[in-house]
Design a protein around this ligand. Sequence first.
Ligand code: F0G
Length: 466
Amino acid sequence: MPKRSWAEPFKIKMVEHLRMTTREERERAIAEAGFNTFLLRSADVYIDLLTDSGTSAMSDRQWAGMMLGDEAYAGSANFYHLEEVVRRYYGYQHVIPTHQGRGAEHILSRLCIRPGDIIAGNMYFTTTKAHQELVGGKFVDVIIDAAHDPDSEHSFKGDIDLGKLQRVIDQFGATKIAYLCVGATVNMAGGQPISLANLRDVSALCRKHGIRIFLDATRAVENAYFIKLREPGQADRTLTDILRDLCACTDGCTMSGKKDCLVNIGGFLALNDDELADAARNMVVLFEGLHTYGGLAGRDMEAMAIGIQESVDFDHMRARIGQVEYLGRLLIEGGIPLVRPVGGHGIFLDAARFLPHLPREQFPAQSLAAALYVDSGVRAMERGAVSAGRDATTGRNIFPSLELVRLTIPRRVYTQAHMDVTAESVIELHRNREKIVGLRFTYEPKHLRFFQARFEPVEGKRVLRV
Ligand code: F0G
């Protein structure tokens, strides 16, 4: 059969100009930013692959929805629209808006975790774990071993190891486990999905022991897409049906609307339990705002309600994940070590193998992200030892099995040509990898250090030698 391509299911109505910089300008900018891509000014960035969070392009319909903002303090019409849409697509009863995902994580952690409690989960996420620890909880990872192996081609590297979960229950006792925290997809594993079959088994085990499950639904629609493509028996189902099934295995979710929901700001906490929801509605008033706006303007809730409906469209998701796969294919063909299979929201370069001459103590992923910016103005993010932080008890650096640089693709923002430019830069850097210099801290903040830490090269002044 002749090849039949597909293309993006949208056309471009408005453009935003990008500034091109010289290598000299970029060397200056990254040094001023303490070799931390989070501290660069976005005006100095050409292709911004720092994150897919809040960076999506909204549709004309979402922008039109912004004009329907009902900016009432209480009982905004947009809240009721959002509530109805979340119930329809995610299936939870109670919907409490928050300013973004960590707002929901904060409320949930405060309500459900007592000091000394355990929270089990399929790999940690930075903000989620930080909130669990702030209220005295301890996170225990129960993801399958394959998730820690960048070469494993397992189709569902987000799956939970039932044996590990059972051992945590045996060791600590079910009453010590505040809840199971399930990510779908799993960001830190490389945007890897969990299978429906696995989540159903996990749910049965947890129900047997009276342990609640909360979903991090931030990229659950992307997870549903992988289930449709890869899980036996799911190919003919809609993303909406699969999404509802995923959520039905759980007792509620935290949501960063800045990803799947296609908005620049927003999130929510969704729950089924009436009493817990009442407590959450009461607590959200303290930290976010009244329970019918939770830190959001009416127009933001409207844009999120419309974005959710667009996010479950198969053609949208095929183009979104298809673009990530396209970049992944170019890099794999170029011999670049990266996490396989390619995940939902970005490419995760295996920095430890990319830069074998740098010891982990010199933060190879941090160095690679800085060097990539110098080479081409592409901004990526470290997801390795700097992100992992220090052990809360010993104070020592944690060196996770994965030392990654994430090239995160915003939704509906960049073209295939931007992907080509990115791939060419990474491949060129790999050829010249001996020129990349390690980094050491000059400033290390206490919480979520990767956001604001500053570094210097371990020798000379450049992270990428000329
Ligand atoms: N959960 C996951 C899986 C996330 O990826 C994020 C954010 C959050 C929760 C927190 O949501 O930012 O709205 O408060 N991830 C961003 C990222 C920061 O770049 O991966 P938030």
